[in-house]
Design a protein around this ligand. Structure first.
Ligand SMILES: Cc1cc2nc3c(=O)[nH]c(=O)nc-3n(C[C@H](O)[C@H](O)[C@H](O)COP(=O)(O)OP(=O)(O)OC[C@H]3O[C@@H](n4cnc5c(N)ncnc54)[C@H](O)[C@@H]3O)c2cc1C
Length: 496
């Protein structure tokens, strides 16, 4: 008889795992807190506009291709490579830097600003490449059974990278570039991990290789939510079933086996196996009530920043914008050092604007643009009251209007705002922390909440909160890793 697996959550990690497990013959059932699938990878459709809710681009497209190949599925969505990757503007300066993958073309952007940019960038990227190649398969795409296993794996990594464990991303970048513009632009990618270049380890400079050289960044034609639509359609073809509006709050067990998960309404979902795509630390603490993840212990962990996101539909086209735009200020170091904890940073905010309608005309009414703003903010540990959200949004829109040379206020026809409170409530993100647990040394690899449960032999975890970490490609790798674990349970001697 087919084994039944119940997957808690329909984020990318959950959906991808479901697809591979259905290919391997499991009966797959999803239980999801919300009314629609996708988790943070979601979509808002309002007033004729379509917006990506969270992720708006991704790296490592080959991870998706290889994974879907393994599932026996042709890519059910269309990738669009970004060129330039994104653009950057500093407050008070008219110049817009377009970040091209072609280093020669990129170097032209820094002429008169960073002497010998091309040589310096090549040197920097050579190190990032070596780091990526020496760690990707050994550390990132690998399961660890325990801490000893993790540490012995790390020992296999080329020791030339050890210095990068001991310094910050910022220090590493400033050793390669001297102008503040190049330093800030090249270190921007550290923010993609939900912290700042000043508290992120230099080993993550491997991300510079993934963005500029290896594979670049991608969008999905029609909007990122087409990833979810594509996966759901394949899952439905394979008979997977979905229960929405079903938040799991309790469980039943027998010895070392979980027998059922129970939702808020008391509905019970029995299964042979369970896979949790909800946050792996929070689920252990709040649903399984494990002491190691008590409220006190959760508060002691290091979490990523919150995001104030807002979705603006505007009349008129904005040709001065790329699809992905960063608007930075003039006090980078001070800003980055305070952003995680100090709400005053919002007086001079840094933000990102995505114009999905630029290349996807169906995402806005004719002659209009869909704008998605992301502003890093303190999470709810440091700013609980968001009654000032509209004033903050207005101040950002005012700054934005000044910088693009056009007052957009009279043309706004749609406006939706999500604060960290909404992110927390909607997707069960701890204190509204956008990317969950941070990627500090003691919270990655063997130190991150594991993808198998400590007590129940038939419970596993998938997604950004377990190994390897945050971001869409990592959620897919996480699905691959946990399926490998589940399979080794079903066929323990396969590798003997
Ligand atoms: C504003 C923002 C922008 C981002 N931009 C990017 C980007 O451009 N590129 C990129 O690669 N990454 C980006 N990310 C990160 C990316 O969104 C995540 O890493 C990824 O989507 C996580 O997927 P997941 O499957 O781990 O979890 P989630 O997407 O969080 O899915 C978990 C699911 O579990 C459900 N759930 C939770 N608790 C329960 C429960 N108790 N019972 C039932 N269901 C439950 C949730 O409702 C959710 O559907 C961004 C994140 C944010 C917040």
């Amino acid at each position: 008889m087919r084994k039944k697996i119940t997957i808690i959550g329909t984020g990318l990690g959950g959906l991808a795992s479901g697809l591979l497990l259905s290919k391997r013959g499991y009966e797959v059932v999803f239980v999801e807190k919300n009314a629609t699938p996708g988790g943070r990878l979601n979509q808002i459709q309002k007033d004729g506009f379509t917006f990506d809710t969270g992720p708006s681009f991704f790296s490592m497209s080959y991870v998706f291709k290889e994974f879907l190949d393994k599932c026996g599925v042709a890519l059910p969505f269309e990738f669009v490579e970004l060129d330039p990757l994104y653009s950057v503007n500093f407050r008070g300066d008219d110049k817009v830097y377009h970040l091209y993958k072609d280093v020669q073309k990129l170097a032209q952007q820094f002429e008169g600003i960073e002497p010998d940019f091309e040589v310096k960038m090549q040197r920097y990227l050579k190190k990032s490449k070596a780091l990526f190649e020496d760690t990707f398969d050994i550390v990132i795409r690998n399961n660890f059974d325990n801490l000893f296993d993790y540490i012995t794996t790390l020992v296999r990594v080329n020791p030339r990278h050890i210095p990068l464990l001991l310094k910050t991303f910022w220090k590493h970048v400033t050793e390669h570039f001297s102008s503040k513009e190049a330093q800030q632009i090249i270190s921007l990618v550290a923010f993609f991990l939900g912290r700042t270049p000043f508290d992120t380890m230099a080993i993550y400079s491997l991300l510079s290789y993934t963005e500029f050289c290896h594979d670049g960044y991608y969008n999905v034609k029609g909007g990122m939510y087409n990833i979810v639509r594509g996966l759901i359609s394949e899952l439905e073809k394979r008979g997977a079933t979905f229960h929405f509006n079903a938040e799991i709050t309790d469980f039943a067990f027998n010895g070392n086996e979980l027998t059922a998960v129970i939702d808020k309404e008391g509905r019970c979902y029995e299964s042979d196996l369970f896979l949790c795509n909800a946050d792996a630390a929070l689920f252990r603490g709040r649903v399984l009530r494990r002491k190691a993840y008590s409220e006190e212990k959760l508060a002691q962990k290091e979490w990523t920043m919150g995001y104030l996101t807002f979705y603006i539909g505007v009349k008129g086209k904005l040709p001065q914008l790329d699809q992905h735009n960063y608007f930075l200020g003039t006090n980078y170091e001070e800003y980055a050092n305070n952003i995680l904890q100090d709400p005053d940073t919002l007086q001079k905010p840094y933000y990102y604007v995505n114009v999905i309608s630029k290349h996807n005309p169906n995402c806005a009414p004719e002659g209009c643009e869909s704008l998605f703003f992301v502003c890093p903010v303190p999470n709810l540990q440091y700013k609980k009251d968001w009654s000032d959200k509209d004033a903050i949004v207005d101040s950002i829109l005012e700054d934005f209007s000044n910088r693009i040379g056009r007052d957009i206020f009279p043309d706004i026809i749609s406006r939706t705002v999500y604060t960290p409170q909404d992110w927390q409530q909607e997707f069960n993100l701890y204190q509204g922390s956008g990317l969950g647990l941070s990627h500090k040394m003691m919270q990655i690899g063997g130190f991150r909440p594991a993808n198998f449960d400590e007590q129940f032999g038939n419970l596993f975890y998938v997604g950004a909160s377990t190994v390897p970490g945050a971001g869409l490609p990592m959620a897919v790798i996480s699905a691959d890793l946990v399926c490998e674990r589940i399979e080794s349970l079903a066929h323990p001697h396969r590798n003997d």
